[in-house]
Design a protein around this ligand. Sequence first.
Ligand SMILES: Cc1cc2nc3c(=O)[nH]c(=O)nc-3n(C[C@H](O)[C@H](O)[C@H](O)COP(=O)(O)OP(=O)(O)OC[C@H]3O[C@@H](n4cnc5c(N)ncnc54)[C@H](O)[C@@H]3O)c2cc1C
Length: 385
Amino acid sequence: MDLAYTEAEEEFRRRLREWLAGALPGLPPKPSPDDWPARRAYDTTWQRMLYDAGYAGLHWPADAGGRGATPTQHLIYLEETEKAGAPYVGANFVGLLHAGPTIAAEGTAEQRARWLPPVLRGEAVWCQGFSEPDAGSDLAALRTRAVRDGDSYVISGAKTWTSHAEVADWCELLVRTDPDAPKHRGISWLAMPMDAPGITVRPLRTLAGSREFAEMFLDEVRVPVRNRVGAENDGWRVTMVTLSFERGTAFVGEVVACRRTLDALADEARRNGRWDDVVLRRRLGRLNAEFRALWRLTQWNVAESERTGGVPGTGGSVFKLRYSGARQELYGAAAEVLGGGDAFDLDREWVLDRLSSLSYTIAAGTSQIQRNIVAERILGLPKGR
Ligand SMILES: Cc1cc2nc3c(=O)[nH]c(=O)nc-3n(C[C@H](O)[C@H](O)[C@H](O)COP(=O)(O)OP(=O)(O)OC[C@H]3O[C@@H](n4cnc5c(N)ncnc54)[C@H](O)[C@@H]3O)c2cc1C
């Protein structure tokens, strides 16, 4: 398989680099990680700049308002924006990287026209209402009920770990529409407006001190039936599409950021004398090899999806598994390079990154679950339970 870039792709890279060099100095300073309204404003401003320059929704299909760029161009985009230190998707994560692509793949023409352009223009932020207090890894055990009443569903239940719920306009919500069906067959995928009466959002503080996610309580919330994506009770299939985007493509850009962080760590180790520690040097070397391998795996996955077209497959679980582990290891090494626990300056972004790296092997499906998927669906081993 040829993983080299073509001349046209290199030209795309040159033009993007030029634009980034002009656009980035005009950005306002990044707000504090805890000020979500300000972070939302910052992230959506950046999204609008991308839109105006023609770089929004690069990887979305053209008939969904995207640029219809090839996955390779999207990879170049991720590489260049990370290298230039451009903002990451932030509050636009769900809308751009999994709800939007799901609606593009599964929504009706009316739904695409209604929901996708505001995401691309930075006017609408989405969150993901999948997990519940008793339904995380076993997502199909979800109990939030939606009862049909005329043209609406009336929804009651509780969701948890809903990232960005405080600042979101829309939620991709999983509900149980048939309580009597086997658990995977009675679920529907809905777009819920976050200003609907009956929604209570209660922020949760993370280990890193941020109120990035929240509990969400739904008390007879009315959502129009036309907000359902896919058929009634066919939500599990639609969910698999969402999860394959989440695991397959949503974290790819961060690999470049991790490689940059690793270079910065090596520089710091050379500067502060830690480089003489051969065990630490080996650890950094192993990480370097791991991130290079992850980038190659990403290129391979992209080339594969270019070949087969459409939605990413279960290979995304291999990426998610290795990436989340490597990221944790990277920030573990960072703690060592920077001097360990007590020597941390608590204002430093390093500390926040170190603490939040611990969540990567849980968010978007735990490592154990990714291993189950790899074992059952890729290696064809018998089901665990
Ligand atoms: C930073 C962060 C952001 C998040 N954002 C969102 C969001 O925006 N929206 C949303 O809906 N959710 C979100 N989540 C929730 C996340 O998807 C769940 O935490 C995750 O799916 C695990 O579910 P759980 O926490 O209920 O753990 P549990 O399902 O209770 O699992 C506990 C442990 O048991 C293991 N386990 C469970 N079942 C099996 C099995 N069959 N085989 C092997 N091991 C098993 C798990 O791997 C885990 O180690 C977020 C989580 C984090 C950490």
